[in-house]
Design a binder for this molecule. Structure first.
Ligand code: ADP
Ligand code: ADP
Ligand code: ZN
Length: 228
């Protein structure tokens, strides 16, 4: 079975709030491949005050995309680490055609390619509601929602007791900017991956566990990777 072999190179795509992070965290356990979230990596760089973080921050606060060259260099470096040798789950990357081309080139250089792209589809009104109630654990990154998935104790992570916070780009004005950026820059990727025959669109409504089962079914039915 696929889960046992763990050889999968997967991209999760979807608008802000679609549940990419929530699903990626569940999938990485079941399929034992690392989750690579560019949003998390960039926020870490901002927190640490690295050069990349200083450059990225202004875009992130405005709800704009960080320039392609910065993000693709960061991802290429991450994919070269040994834990990605047998596969990975990209969450929030690529977000532009240029990023998708850069990823394809990076994989091709190692005789690799993507096995599947999962697009999580959620109505726009639900996205705004999900983002405005999102709380994230500072320590372990777990996601909660004040109405749909509240923590047992207000402001405290169930898993690690870490403090929960609201991202400063989850305010209404920035959320709207991010949704527009998604439509303009990222939605064209769906056609791109459809043409490449790797796109799987899944319904992102319903409980996280239900969405997870839909995605897991898709991943288990992927054709085995071609032998190089
Ligand atoms: P969400 O979970 O709401 O989809 P992310 O955490 O993935 O948001 O991303 C937060 C911000 O980080 C984005 O608004 C953007 O500024 C930046 N970012 C993340 N991934 C990318 C990427 N692949 N390309 C450019 N910018 C990115
Ligand atoms: P993304 O990474 O795509 O921006 P998240 O996984 O962070 O999305 O989810 C956004 C918010 O919606 C979080 O507060 C999360 O708890 C909540 N959420 C995730 N999946 C669902 C779901 N299936 N139904 C309702 N709320 C959800
Ligand atoms: Zn936690």
């Amino acid at each position: 079975m696929k889960a046992a072999r763990g050889e999968m190179r997967i991209v999760l795509v979807g608008p802000p709030g679609a549940g990419k992070g929530t699903q990626a965290r569940m999938l990485q356990q079941t399929f034992t491949i690392p989750q690579i979230s560019t949003g998390d990596l960039l926020r870490e760089a901002v927190r640490e005050g690295t050069r990349l973080g200083q450059q990225a921050r202004i875009y992130m606060d405005a709800g704009e995309l960080v320039p392609d060259q910065l993000v693709t260099a960061m991802v290429a470096e991450r994919l070269r680490r040994p834990d990605c040798a047998k596969g990975f789950l990209l969450d929030g990357f690529p977000r532009t055609i240029a990023q998708a081309d850069a990823l394809a080139a990076e994989l091709a250089a190692h005789q690799e390619r993507l096995d599947g792209v999962v697009s999580i589809v959620v109505p726009r009104a639900d996205l705004v509601e999900r983002l405005s109630g999102r709380w994230v654990c500072k320590a372990c990154g777990a996601m909660y929602h004040e109405r749909f998935d509240p923590p047992q104790r207000v402001g405290v992570c169930n898993r690690c007791q870490g403090a929960l916070y609201q991202r400063n780009d989850d305010n209404v004005a920035t959320v709207n900017a991010r949704l527009e950026v998604y439509e303009r820059a990222t939605a064209p990727l769906l056609d791109y991956y459809r043409r490449h025959g790797v796109l799987h669109e899944i319904n992102g409504s319903g409980k996280p566990e239900e969405v997870f089962q839909r995605i897991a079914t898709v991943l288990r039915s992927l054709p085995p990777p071609a032998q190089p």
